[in-house]
Design a protein around this ligand. Structure first.
Ligand code: GLN
Length: 384
């Protein structure tokens, strides 16, 4: 049999590799980004209730109406964006599926998509599998701001889309008002769509606001904005998110979604609809909740040889380990997991051309006891 693997060099995603290594070596797992605590009891109970009430068959293609209405109400209240829940919202099995559907709906052979490095690892495969070409623009450490002049210089008549991600995984950078202005100016008079990965929308720290593209009608009218319930309710394993887009883009999105997953797990959707209805303010406490964890983790690492970069959002903390040794980051992450019992993510995997830097990513979405245990192990590592 002969066949050609479409992503031969993809291997296994770093999240799976590092979580497995953490498990194999009994390490504290600060690699793959997920909480080691549960979400609200009431939400879990609501799932059980809906399972018991016979909500166990296919949901409608775009999601159950009750949940789509709650989503429309939420983006209206949070971002002042009035959406038609019937035409502009799709509930998806995770944000990853949503990103893939949006790309597949739009990208044709030879289309170019601008992506910022480091970029989350699903972006480029999603572009390439659709015949597109990722044009990757590096973000500069330590603030990882977008160089808009480079964006301007990278746009060609084949540029179909720009992918944005704020709060940004893995760096924790967030878009500022100047970025929104620059984005507007750069795409003005170009036929360019936006894909905005906003799965960490509620995890923005130090009093800043999340600048969802849904806040800006001129940008929202050309955007797929993608969100995650997994991050908001500490249930990443439920695989449930959603996409908000103009009606025409939503139609194109649904054309793809119907053939990939058709629809999303029914009882979860009913449970989330109930929870959003009964606790419409739950997500407002998340920033403070995670900011405290970020600050605790940063404090705990003070005695360690790691130099911590700024983390303005997400539940990730980048750490420079050049005071420990000079190893490439994949090697360092394996060593840290195996020899010191703490797993982290090497960030070079998120680049087309990784710069010469010694940086790994820790996830601080963990119980305080977990963070303390990790910090104790990291504090004893010797400096050069
Ligand atoms: N988003 C998670 C992270 O960045 C990983 C999700 C996954 O493993 N697919 O760590």
């Amino acid at each position: 049999m002969t066949y050609t693997n479409k992503l031969p060099e993809a291997g296994t995603t770093i999240f799976t590799v590092m979580s497995k290594m953490a498990q194999d070596f009994g390490a504290v797992n600060l690699s793959q980004g997920y909480p080691d605590f549960d979400g609200p009891r009431e939400l879990h109970d609501a799932v059980a209730r809906h399972l018991g009430q016979g909500h166990n068959q296919y949901a409608p293609l775009a999601g159950v109406p009750e949940l789509k209405e709650q989503i429309a109400a939420k983006v209206g209240a949070l971002y002042g964006c009035m959406v038609d829940s019937e035409r502009q919202v799709v509930v998806t099995p995770g944000a990853t599926e949503a990103i893939y559907c949006a790309l597949t709906a739009i990208i044709h052979l030879g289309d170019e998509v601008i992506v910022f490095d480091p970029a989350y690892d699903t972006y480029e495969p999603g572009i390439r599998l659709n015949g597109g070409v990722a044009r990757r623009i590096p973000l500069q450490s330590p603030h990882f701001r977008i160089d808009w002049q480079r964006v301007r210089d990278t746009i060609t008549d084949r540029t179909r889309m720009i992918m944005l991600n704020s709060p940004h995984n893995p760096t924790g950078a967030v878009l500022a008002p100047e970025d929104i202005e620059a984005l507007r100016e750069v795409i003005d008079r170009h036929d360019i769509l936006l894909l905005s990965d906003e799965v960490y929308e509620h995890l923005v720290f130090d009093g800043r606001e999340h600048l969802s593209l849904l806040r800006y009608p001129d940008l929202a009218q050309r955007s797929f904005c993608i969100f995650s319930f997994g991050k908001t309710y500490h249930v990443t394993g439920w695989r449930i998110g959603y996409c908000v887009a103009p009606a025409e883009l939503t139609d194109a999105f649904l054309n793809i979604h119907q053939f990939i997953n058709f629809s999303t797990t029914t009882p979860l959707q009913y449970a989330l609809a109930d929870y959003l209805r009964d606790h419409p303010r739950h997500h407002l406490d998340l920033a403070a909740f995670y900011q405290r964890k970020r600050d605790l983790f940063r404090d705990l690492l003070k005695p360690s040889p790691f130099h911590l970069l700024p983390s303005r959002g997400t539940f990730f903390q980048l750490a420079d380990y050049s005071r420990v040794n000079d190893a490439p980051d994949r090697e360092f992450a394996a060593w840290l997991t195996q020899e010191h019992g703490v797993a982290a993510i090497p960030i070079s995997v998120f680049y087309e051309n990784a710069p010469d830097q010694r940086v790994i990513r820790f996830c601080f979405a963990k119980k305080d006891t977990t963070l303390r245990q990790a910090a104790e192990r990291l504090a004893v590592i010797a400096s050069l």
